[in-house]
Design a protein. Sequence first.
Length: 264
Amino acid sequence: MKSNQVSTEQIHLFLTGHGFPEKVDSAVILGSGLGDFTENLDEPESIPYSEIPGFPETSVQGHTGELFRGRLHGKEVIAFSGRFHHYEGHPFSRTVLPVHLAHVFEAEKLIISNAAGAINTRFSVGDLMVIDDIIRLFHGIAASPSEPFRYNLYPVADRVRALAAEIGLEVQRGTYIYLKGPNYESKAEIRAFRTLGADVVGMSTAPELSEASRLGIRTTAISLVTNMAAGVSAKKLDHSEVKEAAEARKEDFARLVSVLIEKL
Ligand SMILES: O=P(O)(O)O[C@H]1O[C@H](CO)[C@@H](O)[C@H]1O
Ligand code: HPA
């Protein structure tokens, strides 16, 4: 049943044959520890990635590996509880599978989320940040060749903050720097990235944003600061912080995604 040769159109056909709608309003990619968002969907149904032809499985803690469909504010939503990271051994063309599926489901909006470490010393653990630009130190991360980044994240970031304010949520904005991982950064690297203008660091999202930009999907990306990056605080970094911070902010994260699905 499983093969890397399965096209996104065939996956779409499989999913619509299993109760998924032909088209959705929004697609959501859930970052590390943020999978509980799916508890907010009305009439949810889900299929484990292991049962979807052509779908790789997830191996990172905090990514359950399940595709959800449901409704929010009466709108059709698909939510990827679990993403594929390049450091898990996936080529970039596969890390962007959720983006390609958002495209075949004709999603009007794509909301990407991630756990990230804060480089900006004015940020705190638990902060939500809308990404208004990205730094891709490693070129060659694009899933498709020769594509400039053509999507302007700045106006969307303004709108996200305004919508967050409407529901009483303060959201930071800033630049996400993509590192391949899976090891965390050194203190010197974090100092260097600060001088480059990065506010948070993570190991996902940039390939997805690049591909969504190429496909012309209206996209926003939200980081949850799960830790201060290496050397910003004296604390030793550990993936368990990701889960703790996500657990503490899961309600606010869900409220934010919910208002974006409703109004962005
Ligand atoms: O970006 P997401 O998938 O949220 O995961 C983040 O959490 C992991 C590090 O603990 C890295 O994979 C980093 O990218
Ligand atoms: O400090 C970090 N560095 C890279 N990726 C991360 N994902 C969560 N925290 C971090």
